[in-house]
Design a protein. Structure first.
Lengths: 671, 77
């Protein structure tokens, strides 16, 4: 680390060439951090600069990056997430996925803001970095192990002065399933974009970090003050003793009982996350209409209380033996569950299933068997596969089966009837192993639909090849904009009308419109300037968050509490205003979009399946009759991003205004 | 005096301006806010209400500029 680095970042990356086992440290100028922060922004910069145009995502030219956040390790709270970046084999465009745990600080403690790998090794390898520098070690004996077994084997094999931070792939990544993720901390997943397939294509089994270098920031005292204030508020936010999971469906109903916008204090939502983690949405989402049902064509009428009550988070908590926090987190949404009895001794424990997994393998498949979801959760974590994508893909297969487009002969005897838990578990195992009928589904819903025939395409729920998260845009249309317009489409954490309301960004950013008490929420079903502006603001702040290593739950607890702009200034010594940071966010997103355009992506092709915009509208449930014009919504979003309204390609004016020419990135202006 | 209210979704909004401010007589207590928001009795055990990010009793006396927050869960995962 350069001696003058008191800026929260290390100022350099490591580039590893797996083809010839060489290492190169690359110094990153301050200007790049000022333009793109770190995290996803630095990742996008490196990919744009070093990845050859048209690279095969599963070939040697692709670059896979493990990038920490700018704020990680600076003493700031809720900033311990790391990003995996690459050219996505699932979408063909910019791919990224993020995860918490302990891996993000370990990247910086190795002395780098990011670790990037190119080339392909002929034999399985693992990258090991400690204070003596990087080395590639043989990993042939690890190939074939699942993610939990791999971590255990590495911990047996390597002795270090500190606990190892390990990121690894499971069998799904090894055989390059396009919905494979990268696991750390015993089964936590950076799941999206097929990042695990890229790691598998490089024959890289694991990245193992044991460095202990200091991370220094400019003004640690201010960071400490902000952190202390945030922690104090989180500590004070607790549910009343009488609150139980049985009350959550009623709360869901109350939230959709009014069409009026009600700006809330997001801080108090941390109370519910502290108690149940993300699982509080398991049942509340059913009555709100947020949780998708039956491959997105059903409603709570198809999966009524007598079925969804089995997903009550209190029932899941009964198995919880331990709660845990990510690095620098003061909320602590994670948990470990004992499933020894459930799995008949096959697995001793699993991470507490996240809402996304419960919904993707519960209501989406009409599966009320909670025990099966625990087992599927552990299978996917160990196999290294994205639960959102896997659940959506099986839902597609079940709908095809319902229509008699699939017969038991094709499925290898599996009865893919809705809610058949036994068949679902078997299919998950097949997908992870890439065998039998699972071989057809292992690459996600778009590929499966291509294999099964063109008539199945309307049933394949995805955006640009990536399956959507378990939140319904028919409840929150701005969510649909981000499913369709983000350079990494189909993700639920980019933005939504509700997120906008929670984060109260108008208190920091002068041009952000205030959500007024009592505003009509139905206005968000129209492609108005207000919607375009909100969706653009969502994007910008999310890029800042992902550039900082920040947690989504901190963002929606409200920027009036999670003072990310003050954190960034204190860490770096910059004196930027929130408005200036928003320009950085816009630049980061525009670079990712420019990357996609350079790689031949037509942004309009990322439009989500029309079923998600209510075409045709649902006939029952809380979202009955809800619909919006997603094409118009995409147009208004592009316009506010400064991209061509028709094509979604960043305009030359926008690129010039954002300083791409000054960065010697003229290629970006060729869109 | 004026206090900032972050109401729950089922509240009556008639006593709030568009910024969520409520005008109260000097010396008003927290239960007055509950009453003006018309929070149903059946839901009161569910509601988390903090004053300046601290749990307070219903008879807590309020002062000008207090921030009164009611919890509303959000989606995620």
């Amino acid at each position: 680390m350069r001696g003058d680095f008191l800026k929260g970042y290390c100022g350099k990356i490591l580039m590893v060439d797996l083809s010839d086992s060489t290492f190169e440290e690359i110094e990153i100028p301050d200007m790049i951090y000022e333009h793109f922060l770190s995290g996803v922004g630095l990742g996008a910069y490196i990919l744009y600069k070093y990845l050859p145009q048209g690279a095969d995502p599963l070939g040697p030219d692709n670059i896979l990056g493990f990038v920490s956040g700018l704020l990680t390790g600076t003493g700031s709270f809720m900033t311990g997430r790391w990003l995996a970046v690459c050219k996505s084999p699932l979408t063909g465009g910019f791919g990224d996925a993020n995860c918490g745990g302990t891996f993000s600080p370990a990247i910086k403690q190795s002395g780098y803001d990011g670790i990037f790998l190119k080339g392909q090794s002929p034999t399985p390898k693992m990258l090991f970095i400690d204070n003596n520098g990087p080395q590639l070690l043989d990993a042939a004996d690890l190939w074939g192990l699942d993610t939990v077994e791999t971590e255990a084997a590495i911990n047996q094999k390597i002795t270090a002065n500190k606990k190892l931070a390990i990121a690894t792939i499971g069998p799904a990544g090894e055989h390059q399933s396009l919905i494979a993720g990268i696991s750390n901390d015993g089964g936590r997943m950076a799941a999206r974009s097929g990042v695990g397939a890229v790691m598998g294509s490089k024959k890289l089994k694991a990245v193992v970090l044991a460095g202990s270098k200091m991370i220094r920031s400019r003004d640690p005292q201010t960071i400490k003050t902000i952190s202390r204030d945030y922690a104090k508020k989180v500590k004070a936010s607790n549910l009343p003793p009488l609150a139980t999971g049985a009350m959550l469906p009623m709360m869901g109903k109350s939230m959709v009982a009014t069409d009026k916008a009600i700006p809330i204090d997001g801080m108090l939502s941390t109370a519910i996350i502290k108690k149940w983690g993300t699982g509080f949405t398991n049942t509340m989402g059913m009555t709100m209409g947020d949780t998708p049902v039956k491959n997105w064509k059903g409603s709570v009428a198809d999966f009524p209380y007598r079925k969804y009550r089995h997903m009550n988070p209190d029932q899941i908590q009964k198995h919880e033996t331990q709660k845990y926090h990510c690095y620098s987190c003061v909320i602590g949404c994670g948990g470990v569950c004992d499933i020894n009895g459930i799995s008949k001794g096959r697995f001793s424990h699993t991470h507490k299933p996240e809402y996304e997994t419960v919904a993707a393998f519960g209501s989406l498949l009409l599966n009320k068997d909670r025990d099966s979801i625990f087992i599927i959760n552990e299978l996917l974590n160990r196999g290294g596969m994205d639960s959102i994508s896997a659940g959506n893909t099986i839902a597609f297969a079940m709908e095809c089966y319902e229509k008699d487009w699939l017969s038991p002969e094709v499925t290898g005897g599996l009865e893919l009837t809705w809610g058949n838990a036994e068949a679902i578990v078997t299919l998950v195992e097949q997908m992870i192993a890439g065998v039998d009928f699972g071989a057809i589904l292992q690459h996600g819903v778009k590929k499966a639909s291509e294999i099964l025939g063109i008539e199945s395409a309307p049933l394949a729920i995805h955006a640009g090849g990536q399956e959507p998260g378990m939140h319904d845009p028919r409840l929150d249309p701005i969510l649909g904009i981000h499913y369709s317009c983000d350079p990494t489409p189909g993700r639920h954490t980019i933005g939504a009308g509700s997120y906008y309301t929670y984060m109260r960004i108008w208190e920091d950013v002068t041009w952000a419109p205030k959500v007024k008490l009592g505003e009509d929420k139905n206005n968000e079903y129209e492609a108005t300037n207000q919607v375009g502006l909100k969706s653009m603001i969502n994007v910008c702040i999310k890029q800042i968050l992902d550039g900082s290593g920040g947690c989504f739950f901190a963002l929606v607890s409200g920027l009036n509490h999670f003072k990310i702009f003050d954190y960034l200034n204190a860490a770096t010594g910059w004196q930027k205003t929130p408005n200036e940071y928003m320009t950085i966010g816009l630049r980061m997103q525009t670079l990712r979009q420019a990357f996609n355009v350079r790689e031949g992506i037509n942004p309009r092709d990322f439009k989500m399946n029309e079923r998600l915009s209510g075409n045709p509208p649902l006939k029952e449930g809380p979202l009955k009759g809800k619909h919006f014009n997603i094409d118009e919504m995409m147009s208004i979003h592009y316009q506010f991003m400064g991209w061509d309204k028709k094509t979604g390609i960043p305009t030359k004016t926008a690129l010039s205004d954002l300083g791409f020419c000054d960065l010697e990135m003229e290629g970006a202006t060729h869109g | 005096m004026k206090v900032q209210i972050y109401p729950p979704p089922f509240a009556s909004l008639t006593n709030l301006d568009e910024d969520g401010m409520m005008v109260l007589p000097p010396g008003a207590r927290l239960f007055t806010v509950y009453r003006r928001l018309k929070i149903p009795l059946v839901l009161q055990p569910l509601v988390i209400c903090n004053v300046n990010y601290q749990r307070m009793k219903l008879n807590t006396q309020l002062k000008d500029g207090d921030v009164i927050s009611f919890m509303l869960p959000l989606a995620g995962g």
